[in-house]
Ligand binder design. Structure first.
Ligand SMILES: Nc1ncnc2c1ncn2[C@@H]1O[C@H](COP(=O)(O)OP(=O)(O)OP(=O)(O)O)[C@@H](O)[C@H]1O
Ligand SMILES: Nc1nc2c(ncn2[C@@H]2O[C@H](COP(=O)(O)O)[C@@H](O)[C@H]2O)c(=O)[nH]1
Length: 219
C-alpha cells in the first residue's frame, strides 16, 4: 500500500523511512542535539547501539546503550546482528540492525549517533536511505571545555578524545550536511530543517505516482 485515505479523509502519500546520522568529534554535542530532536519529532526513533565501554553516571542500559562485554559483542558480530560496527577510543560500538529495519519498514525515521567509520559502512549498504550530518564545534578550546564540563570522563579520557578530535574532523567532507554547533537551539533547528527537507525528497515518497495518478483522474 503506497497511498491511502488518512483520518483527514485526504489521500496520504506513504514514505520510506530514512536514516539520519549525526557524527562529530566527541563532545561537540551530538547527544544533546539528538535528545532535543527526539522530543520534537514523534516519527523519529533513536537507534540504541551496543558498546563494550563502561556505563557513565546517569546513563541507562537499554536507553543510552546496550552495555555488553567483549565476548558478547564478538558473538553479536558472528551472528551478523550489526548494521555496522567499529572500534572507537579503545572500545567497540555497533548498531543492532533488527530494530532499524523494523522502524524503516513501518515508515519511521531512525536517528544514529555513530562515528565516521560506521557512517561509511551504512553508506556502503544503504546509501539511498542515508542522510548524514557532521557536527563541528565552534572552536577546539570550546570542544575541550564541553568535554570537561560534561564531567563524566576522567582527565585522561578527555585528553585521549581531544587527541583524536582532529582525525575525526578530517572526515567532515564525507557528509551531506555540516552544522557548526554554536548554540544548541539553533543547531536543533538546523538539523530539524534538514530532516524536514529530506523527508520531502521526491524519491522518498514512494506513493507519489499513485497519488498524482489519482489527482489527475479527479480524486
Ligand atoms: N551548543 C552548545 N553550547 C554549550 N554546551 C553544549 C552545546 N552543545 C552541547 N553542549 C554540552 O557539551 C557537552 C558534550 O555534549 P554531548 O554529550 O552532547 O556531546 P557528544 O558529541 O554526544 O559527545 P560523545 O561523542 O562523547 O558522546 C555536554 O555537557 C553538553 O551539555
Ligand atoms: N561506529 C559506531 N560509532 C558509535 C556507535 N555508538 C556510538 N558511537 C560513537 O562512539 C563515540 C564515543 O561515544 P561515547 O558515547 O562513548 O562518548 C562517538 O563518536 C559516537 O558517535 C555505533 O554504534 N557505531
Amino acid at each position: 500500500m503506497t497511498a491511502s485515505a488518512g483520518s483527514s479523509g485526504f489521500i496520504e502519500v506513504k514514505r520510506r523511512g530514512l536514516m539520519l546520522v549525526l557524527s562529530s568529534p566527541s563532545g561537540a554535542g551530538k547527544t544533546t542535539i539528538s535528545r532535543k530532536l527526539l522530543g520534537l519529532e514523534p516519527n523519529l526513533t533513536m537507534s540504541v547501539s551496543a558498546t563494550t565501554r563502561p556505563k557513565r553516571p546517569g546513563e541507562t542500559a537499554g536507553t543510552d546503550y546496550h552495555f555488553v562485554d567483549p565476548t558478547e559483542f564478538g558473538l553479536m558480530i558472528n551472528r551478523n546482528e550489526f548494521l555496522e560496527h567499529a572500534k572507537v577510543f579503545d572500545n567497540y560500538y555497533g548498531t543492532p540492525k533488527a530494530p532499524v529495519f523494523e522502524a524503516l519498514r513501518g515508515g519511521r525515521d531512525v536517528l544514529f549517533d555513530i562515528d565516521w567509520q560506521g557512517t561509511q559502512q551504512v553508506a556502503q549498504n544503504a546509501r539511498d536511505d542515508l542522510v548524514s550530518v557532521f557536527i563541528l564545534p565552534p572552536s577546539t578550546r570550546e570542544l575541550e571545555q564541553r568535554l570537561k564540563s560534561r564531567a563524566q570522563d576522567s582527565a585522561e579520557v578527555v585528553a585521549g578524545r581531544m587527541a583524536k578530535a582532529a582525525d575525526e574532523m578530517s572526515h567532515w567532507a564525507e557528509y551531506d550536511y555540516i552544522v557548526v554547533n554554536h548554540n544548541i537551539e539553533e543547531s536543533v533547528t538546523q538539523v530539524r530543517a534538514i530532516l524536514t527537507a529530506e523527508r520531502l525528497k521526491r524519491q522518498r515518497q514512494v506513493g507519489l505516482p499513485e497519488f498524482v495518478k489519482g489527482l489527475r483522474e479527479g480524486q
